[in-house]
Ligand binder design. Structure first.
Ligand SMILES: N[C@@H](CCC(=O)N[C@@H](CS)C(=O)NCC(=O)O)C(=O)O
Length: 280
């Protein structure tokens, strides 16, 4: 262990707004809206309020995959929610997602609008609605859902744990980086051993389990997340690399990854998506 400062927690935790760090100015210890703001509603059945982060693009990839299969009813408007500006705390957004995190989805094609929050719930909702990317056989469907829930449960260790302390924290601290690097490497090994014997996470077919995991673990090994390829020695996860590369080639994935992306190379950005022609 290197040098480290010790800390004795006070009897009652206090909110220190000066704590620093990338998200210090937007995170609060309470939930709920900070201001009144209606959400815009476009012409399509599905209204997505999002940002092109790994959690956001899971859902735009799913929409683009459904549209690529010819499901015209899967048309969607993707509105930009700038979480750095606190737009996830507007009253309309909080009505759509009481947890104030992107993505949030409202389906206006149901008798009364249906709200869906949590990216994994959106993938399942759309898979069931369109009968796609989720096996119908009960055993295979269960395997697919196991991997979907695995991703939803494991990714806070990658994002909130490893990514936060390796890339975003105001200083580098050895203890959390060690703890989360170990856990992320273990998770990559889980994926690698699984993908050694099957092409996709849930078996022979590409599914919502892959759509959930690729934007995180696929992008991590490809070097598009946290620039940690060398640190985590990602080249040793050969099967994850093969899987990530294959998914990355899918045109729908390439389109989905651009939606609500407002950073990086300009040709890979699309601030909002309201029509297929917006990609041109
Ligand atoms: N489990 C949620 C996580 C969503 C999430 O963490 N969203 C982040 C961006 S990737 C967010 O909105 N952060 C804003 C905030 O924490 O205030 C999901 O998968 O939908």
């Amino acid at each position: 262990m290197g040098d480290h400062n010790t800390y004795t927690p006070p009897r009652v935790w206090q909110w220190n707004t000066e704590s620093g760090g990338k998200f210090a100015t937007i995170n609060r210890p309470v939930s709920g809206a900070t201001h009144e703001k209606e959400l815009p509603v476009g012409q399509h059945p599905h209204q997505l309020y999002s940002l092109g982060t790994p959690n956001g693009v899971k859902v735009t990839i799913m929409f683009e995959e459904l549209l690529a299969l010819g499901h015209l009813d899967a048309e969607y408007d993707a509105w930009l929610i700038n979480i750095g500006e606190g737009e996830q705390f507007g009253s309309g957004f909080v009505d759509a997602n009481p947890n104030s995190k992107i993505p949030a989805l409202i389906d206006h094609s149901t008798e009364t609008p249906t709200r869906v929050f949590e990216s994994g719930a959106m993938l399942l909702y759309l898979a069931e609605k369109f009968n796609q990317f989720l096996p119908t056989d009960h055993t295979q469907r269960t395997e697919c859902l196991s991997w979907l829930f695995w991703q939803m449960g494991s990714v806070p260790f990658l994002g909130g744990g490893f990514g936060h302390f390796y890339a975003y924290a105001p200083e580098k601290y050895e203890y959390p980086i060690n703890r989360y690097a170990m856990e992320v490497k273990r998770q990559l090994d889980v994926l690698d051993k699984t993908l050694e014997s099957r092409p996709y996470l849930a078996g022979d077919d590409y599914s919502i389990a892959d759509m959930a995991s690729h934007p995180w673990y696929g992008m991590l090994v490809a070097g598009s997340l946290y620039e940690a390829q060398e640190f985590l020695e990602v080249s040793s996860y050969r099967h994850v690399l093969r899987w990530a590369d294959e998914i990355q080639q899918r045109p729908a994935v390439q389109r989905g990854l651009r939606v609500n992306r407002v950073w990086g190379a300009e040709e890979r950005q699309l601030r909002e998506r309201h029509n297929a022609s917006d990609f041109d």
